[in-house]
Design a protein around this ligand. Structure first.
Ligand code: GLY
Length: 398
């Protein structure tokens, strides 16, 4: 289409690299799933069964990455047409499926949308859809009612006050599972739950300058924000770049699912903030307010999430020129990632270098991170295999 041959080749080669690496890594993984690379370039791994939870006062996210690995296998199948990728992905889904009953975390959207929903989209096999629908039901049950609206609690069992009050910007990118389930089950309550969360997040998380809080604790009696804080960012009042990406991504998908222009407008304001603070290198620092910038770590995963969101924004936008500008910005980000951040050598097992999982926890800093690799290939698919991994968004009626 509008894709220059050089960009198209670079994107297809990146997908080829993905297919080569996942196939080479599979035999050694056993029941484990990769999440971040260590300094040697080898994947660190965890079984899919590791759930989230509190250990004393500390929250641990558990394995919320396992579905992304399934997605890399599915994308490799789409790119190569080689059935063995699909067979491995199907086997891997069996290891992931028990997490559909995990009522402890919002992250089951991240686990099941890229894996089971994509597998259903590709194969039409309703067994995959049923797993995803079970997970969506769990996610919907995390909806907490307050006098000012409802939100999906992020972390922990709902009978634990810490979990019940908590909400995270990341949840916005878990909503596609609910939007999908509404269609699959013909049950609007999934969309109503997701949209309620999006509205509450709009009120409580977005600062006047269009940056976002990473996390919020609500006063359950009033529904007001008690405090905005961070878990993975530099400081409670700083702008954690990946949080901004989750917000952009989630509001674009909310605009797509509801057909409402107001969410697209909001996503554009969030994206304007992101673009202005990222600057011409197109890959942001892990937190826009880290005082050690320009010597702070980058986060390529953020750039990948934003690229995927902006391709959808471009497809949805009723103003053709604005849509084309967002699309071009996304393609520029992907070109930059392919040119300067792709791990082409064998020793480094991920796809994108310079991701940052959590600087405060010193975990996966300057590494490949599994979610970065997923959103990168999701965006590449939108660019060169449109409609294959998921449907192309329809233009909004303005
Ligand atoms: N929990 C999602 C993230 O690390 O961004």
């Amino acid at each position: 289409m509008d894709l220059e041959p050089t960009a198209q080749n670079a994107f297809l080669q990146a997908l080829d690299l993905c297919a080569r690496k996942v196939l080479a890594d599979e035999p050694a993984l056993g029941i484990n799933f990769p999440y971040v690379t260590s300094p040697s370039g080898a994947w660190k791994v965890l079984p899919a069964s590791v759930s989230a939870g509190y250990s004393g006062a500390n929250w641990s996210h558990g394995n919320w990455f396992c579905g992304f690995w399934v997605a890399l296998l599915l994308v490799s199948y789409l790119r190569t047409g080689d059935r063995k990728y699909l067979d491995i992905a199907t086997q891997r889904l069996l290891l992931v499926a028990p997490r559909a009953a995990d009522g402890n975390t919002h992250d089951i959207g991240f686990i099941f949308y890229p894996s089971a929903v994509a597998a259903y989209h590709i194969t039409g096999d309703s067994a995959h859809a049923e797993i995803a629908a079970k997970a969506a039901d769990r996610l919907r049950r995390r909806l907490i009612m307050t006098p000012q609206g409802s939100y999906i609690s992020a972390w922990g069992p709902l009978d634990d006050l810490r979990g019940r009050r908590s909400s995270a910007i990341d949840t916005m990118a878990n909503l596609p599972l609910l939007y999908w389930a509404a269609q699959y089950r013909d049950d609007a309550s999934f969309t109503l739950a997701a949209e309620a969360h999006a509205l509450m997040t709009q009120k409580a998380f977005i600062r006047p300058d269009n940056s976002t809080y990473h996390a919020v604790e609500y006063d359950l009696a009033t529904g007001s924000r008690d405090r905005g804080f961070t878990f993975q960012g530099y400081a409670d009042e700083s702008a954690w770049s990946r949080g901004q990406a989750w917000a952009i991504y989630g509001y674009v998908r909310t605009a797509e699912a509801t057909g409402k222009r107001s969410y697209l407008d909001l996503a554009e304001r969030l994206a304007d903030y992101y673009v202005a603070r990222t600057g011409p290198t197109l890959v942001p620092f892990w937190d826009f307010d880290d005082p050690s910038i320009p010597n702070a770590p980058l986060d390529t995963s953020t750039a990948a999430i934003v690229a995927s969101a902006l391709l959808d924004m471009g497809a949805l936008h009723p103003d053709v020129q604005k849509g084309a500008r967002w699309r071009q910005h996304a393609l520029d980000i992907l070109t930059e990632l392919c040119k300067h951040h792709l791990a082409t050598e064998d020793a480094h097992r991920g796809l994108l270098r310079h991701g940052c999982y959590s600087r405060p926890h010193d975990e996966g800093v300057d590494s490949a991170v599994m979610f970065g690799d997923f959103f990168f290939v999701e965006a590449l698919c939108s660019a060169v295999l449109p409609g294959k991994l998921r449907a192309v968004p329809k233009v909004l009626v303005s």
